[in-house]
Ligand binder design. Structure first.
Ligand code: AAO
Length: 467
């Protein structure tokens, strides 16, 4: 089974999008460990192209040149130091893995680790890969050689995604090279992998690769989650990847946006008849690095740009019992191509921390917002429990998680009700406000629930939590 994230039953990972390795390591030590995060998804760590038109976009990291661990995020030594320091405080690293393809057709030059490459000749000596390792025109049914028909799995999987040179994962040599890359990461302490563009690889090929990857040094199979955009509009469905780990559930991004805009929708978040991934395979998030900027399924969703809605969306997601969750941590951008906040030489700027705990230098750090960070503690505490005492009326939602926790949220920013919580009698404090609010549960499980903070209109408390 590829669904164990190896973090002692913790439930939430954070994508520190485009952070450099030394900053990720610092964040593990100063914040993520204390806040009980399971782990971090880091941007692709292997050698990639250097794009100058536009100047150094974030997406250059999705065009691999080799599997040498030297990227815009840092060197292999820095990568190793990060993985070790995070692991020492109980935070695991998951590598965003781009193994469907190499660089885009027409790109020629030197990658971030100094390897020469020539995509037009399918020549990547840093691996090495040569022409026979790539898919050929006869296997791709599209007119131009690119993916252009999502209703045909052969087109999706054998043609070139946005002109990226498409590796042939049916070849033993290619499988070995990709598995060697994963093994190398595991040797350094990595616990798992996001597989980029899994939708564009045949599940049997992906399985053959995963099955030859080594166990973690501490035992067990690595964690795998697959990027498969399935919005009921193509032939490739998430359930084809269930044997391979978790699968991204992009319909949830729309669902949670509807919910925040119209609380009635919260009654209907997981819709099996839509083909949404079942709770034990769904990899769940409010937004990701693509759709927050209109790449790969943008549209109707909520991002950090509307903070109040975003806090409601993430707080609900972490309180609810659907799937395995990832929270996003972004940088501010105007232009959708723009890379991370950068120095004059285009290296990523340091992530600085302000006195109030927020981030500076252009980093948003949603994962540090109270309704995000403190709900991680909630989700860990209530893991495995069912929803009880569900109430959704008057733009107010509240529910218990088994007999372990209780959550309430009010769209209009205020709420004042006596509610059955199902929790043992006692004094509790609200996690979201860092215990600024107290809640008393009486001998029959009732409590007076008050919400009066319009900017962060939710509260949550747990059994055996802080007091
Ligand atoms: C760049 C340039 C290109 C150039 C290329 C090669 O932008 O112009 O041709 O280099 O030189 C990222 C960027 C790309 C970038 C690439 C390489 O987003 O712009 O290309 O790096 O540097 C599909 C895939 C999915 C993919 C997504 C972006 O299925 O795997 O496109 N995501 C991952 C990464 C992403 C990365 C790559 C893959 C490549 O997360 O960051 O690309 O490594 C439909 C399909 C989806 C499809 C989308 C977009 O979605 O279902 O499968 O995603 O279209 O093509 C509604 C529909 C929804 C639909 C959507 C379309 O929401 O419901 O189904 O609209 O927006």
């Amino acid at each position: 089974d590829y669904r164990d994230p190896h973090c002692k039953n913790k439930q939430v990972i954070v994508h520190l999008f485009e952070w450099k390795w030394s900053d990720v390591a610092d964040e593990c030590e100063r914040f993520l460990g204390k806040k009980q995060f399971c782990g971090v998804q880091v941007s692709p760590p292997n050698e990639h192209v250097v794009v100058t038109q536009p100047m150094r976009p974030w997406w250059e990291r999705y065009q691999p040149v080799s599997y040498k661990l030297h990227s815009r995020g840092g060197t292999e030594a820095e990568f190793k130091d990060m993985v070790t320091r995070c692991k020492n405080v109980g935070v695991r690293v998951y590598v965003d893995s781009v193994v469907n393809h190499m660089a885009g057709l027409g790109r020629i030059g030197t990658g971030t680790a100094g390897s020469h490459f020539n995509s037009s000749d399918y020549d990547f000596p840093g691996v090495p890969y040569t022409r026979p390792n790539f898919n050929t025109r006869d296997k791709c049914p599209s007119g131009g050689g690119g993916v252009d028909n999502y209703s045909d799995p052969k087109n999706v999987r054998n043609c070139f995604l946005v002109g990226l040179t498409d590796l042939d994962q049916s070849k033993e040599y290619v499988r070995d090279k990709i598995a060697e890359f994963f093994d190398h990461c595991i040797d350094l302490g990595v616990a798992g992998f996001r597989i980029d563009a899994s939708k564009h690889m045949w599940p049997d090929d992906v399985k053959a690769i995963q099955d030859r990857v080594k166990d973690l040094p501490e035992g067990g199979r690595p964690f795998f989650y697959h990027e498969v955009i399935d919005q009921n509009d193509g032939a490739v469905r998430v359930n084809e990847y269930y044997d391979l780990g978790y699968v991204t559930e992009f319909r949830y991004c729309q669902k949670i946006a509807y919910g925040v805009h119209n609380f009635g929708e919260f009654n209907n978040m997981y819709v099996p008849s839509w083909g949404m991934a079942d709770p034990s395979h769904a990899f769940v998030f409010v937004d990701n690095h693509d759709n927050q900027r209109g790449h790969g399924g943008g549209g109707n969703l909520i991002t950090h740009k509307t903070p109040r809605d975003y806090k409601m969306a993430v707080a609900f997601t972490l309180a609810y019992n659907y799937g395995f969750t990832r929270v996003m941590s972004s940088y501010y951008f105007e232009n959708t191509d723009a890379g991370p906040p950068h120095n004059a030489d285009y290296s990523a700027k340091d992530v600085t921390i302000n006195a109030d705990g927020s981030c500076g230098n252009g980093w948003v750090c949603e994962h540090r917002w109270n309704p995000v960070a403190n709900m991680v503690v909630f989700r860990n505490a209530v893991a495995g429990t069912d929803i009880k005492h569900w109430r959704n009326e008057n733009d107010e939602i509240s529910f218990a998680r088994g007999q372990k926790g209780f959550f309430a949220m009010a769209k209009q920013g205020h709420m004042d009700r006596n509610l059955q919580t199902g929790l043992p009698a006692g004094e509790y404090c609200d996690l979201v406000s860092d215990c600024m609010k107290k809640i008393t549960v009486d001998g029959s499980g009732n409590a007076h629930i008050v919400i009066d903070n319009s900017a962060e209109p939710m509260l949550a408390f747990i059994v055996d939590g802080p007091t």
